[in-house]
Write a protein that binds this ligand. Structure first.
Ligand SMILES: [Zn+2]
Length: 547
């Protein structure tokens, strides 16, 4: 849990971008809509509009091309072997028993005794630091000494409205006396969290201190495990035997097909299996736009190695995945690679080569970061678990001919979120520029841009529309391009700036006299002349299709 900083002077690297403005542009220009918006939406579900769909598709295609299809040179200088699978969302429920998703690895949840809301215990502090009532208390706290008079006054005014169930509001005398006792005992200084806990606690002697409900300030129950998998029924009979689950991750589809892939292809360890697909988690507190949704898409690789090579492959994957995100446009200091400390590692990773997160500083996490992709050494936890649960046991071991050895391969898992990646591209691209008619432009990497070029006849006569349409037809064989002959050229540029189109190609009078077009570059707004015949090959180069 990260504590909010008391004094708020953001570092110069924090982007001066507002999430409200980004969300508003996403809706206005058709990047992202609320799911089922005409019925008031549904919490934790999002739809992509025409531009957002192209953007997300470009991200997934680039991942697939660079991971599976194109040559990728590994740490030993030879090509890395990776093949794809596309597995079902509903699998045999035994998969989730073996993986631990049905057992002990659920998240701890607390319920508010007053407003009955359920929330993830490990999100409490983050949610509290976003709550209006906490903010107003922390403002007082940051201002220096907070005395009982101030707190009492707050409880009677703001507190009554914003956090009616907070102990301080319901029973200020008792709560303030607990706080006074604590301050008088002369032990270590009071932390922000402890301070908040005191304000939330009436019965400190009986229940101990705990954090309050972020929504209403009320008392929370003890944390209990809660399973985040969506349940459904297979077949017509409502019987517990027919219960199945929507997959909470794509990884298990890969693990249960490990043997099939080995038997049906020529891959040999070390090799990887990749999958892109939907996954579902019944998040109790979906929030931050598409960052924490209940339905989302993953891009996962399980890379199978000999256990002795874990350190080398782990480091290589971590570094390559980090540089990949940079290569598609996340070039600012808002992208960071963070190696986990040993004590925060998952149960299967404690002894391993390591775990790291590739993180992005979103406007809603700043000055902190949110996870885009995790790279973890999962050892042989999953293959072994499926070998045991399926009854195959040692027969499921991989036979390594070169080493003449039978073993469960270890796994390095780079697991990325396609929706989070898309959101990071949107946040990174969003560039306010008051000098432009649109006031903002989207600085997408050309490979990611939803529309690669806009083609505009300068005027709607003298054969310019016909020439433009011919160029449009040629370019759209390979690229998403738009033909626009309406409105002033300034308005057409503004529309393309908001869509993040890197190039606008204008057919003007010189096209008629000397077969050149005017190309306008989105980021610099500079213009250059190009022979119309050169445009297709030139555009390929800009997008990175040809060197
Ligand atoms: Zn509550």
């Amino acid at each position: 849990m990260s504590e909010p900083t008391a004094a708020g002077s953001p570092s110069p690297e924090v982007p001066a971008k507002s999430m409200e403005q980004i969300v508003s542009l996403c809706r206005r220009r058709g990047f992202v809509f609320q799911s089922s918006e005409i019925y008031g939406g549904i919490n934790g579900f999002w739809d992509y509009g025409p531009l957002g769909t192209e953007l997300k598709r470009n991200l997934k295609n680039a991942w697939w091309q660079d991971v599976v299809q194109r040559e990728l040179i590994g740490p030993d200088g030879t090509a890395v072997d990776i093949v794809g699978v596309d597995c079902t969302i509903i699998m045999n429920p035994k998969v989730w028993e073996a993986s631990g998703h049905l057992g002990g690895f659920s998240d701890l949840m607390s319920t508010c005794k007053h407003c009955k809301r359920l929330m993830r215990t490990d999100h409490l502090w983050d949610m509290l630091s976003e709550a209006e009532w906490t903010k107003s208390i922390l403002e007082m706290y940051a201002g220096g000494s907070v005395d009982s008079m101030q707190l009492k006054r707050w409880a009677d005014t703001k507190g009554k409205k914003l956090a009616p169930n907070l102990a301080l509001v319901r029973n200020p005398q008792v709560t303030l006396s607990w706080l006074a006792d604590r301050l008088a005992d002369g032990s270590a200084a009071l932390t922000v969290q402890e301070f908040m806990m005191h304000l939330a606690t009436e019965q400190a002697a009986r229940d101990g201190l705990r954090l309050p409900c972020p929504h209403c300030g009320g008392d929370l129950t003890d944390p209990k495990p809660f399973n985040l998998m969506f349940k459904t029924l297979v077949g017509a009979v409502e019987d517990p035997a027919n219960v199945a689950y929507l997959r909470p991750e794509t990884a298990q589809g890969i693990f249960v097909n490990f043997q099939n892939v080995v038997d049906s292809t020529r891959v040999k360890v070390p090799f990887g299996i990749a999958q892109v697909g939907k996954a579902f988690r019944n998040e109790v507190t979906p929030r931050n736009f598409t960052f924490r949704s209940r339905e989302f898409e993953q891009m996962e690789i399980e890379f199978f190695i000999h256990p002795s090579e874990a350190n080398q492959w782990y480091a290589w994957w971590r570094d390559w995945r980090f540089s990949w995100w940079q290569s598609i446009g996340l070039t600012s200091s808002n992208l960071q690679l963070r190696e986990h400390d040993r004590d925060e590692l998952a149960h299967y990773a404690k002894e391993g080569a390591g775990t790291s997160d590739i993180e992005y500083r979103f406007p809603f996490t700043a000055p902190g970061f949110g996870e885009l992709e995790g790279v973890a050494h999962r050892a042989d936890f999953d293959l072994r678990a499926h070998a045991t649960h399926s009854g195959k046991n040692d027969k499921a071991k991989y036979f390594d001919q070169a080493r003449n050895e039978r073993y469960f391969p270890h796994v390095i898992e780079p697991s990325a979120g396609a929706d989070r990646g898309t959101l990071a591209l949107l946040c990174e691209a969003y560039t306010p520029d008051p000098s432009r008619p649109s006031g903002v432009f989207m600085r997408f990497h050309p490979r990611m841009a939803p529309v690669k070029a806009g083609i505009f006849p300068l005027v709607n006569k003298e054969g310019m529309p016909e020439i433009g349409e011919k160029l449009f037809r040629t370019l759209r064989k390979k690229h998403v391009v738009e033909f626009d002959e309406k409105q002033s050229i300034g308005k057409r540029y503004a529309r393309m700036d908001e869509a993040g189109t890197p190039f606008c190609i204008t057919i003007d009078s010189e096209t008629l006299s000397s077969q050149t077009v005017t190309v306008r570059h989105r980021d610099t707004q500079q213009q250059e002349k190009l022979g119309i015949e050169q445009v297709p090959a030139w555009l390929d180069r800009q997008i990175g299709l040809e060197d």
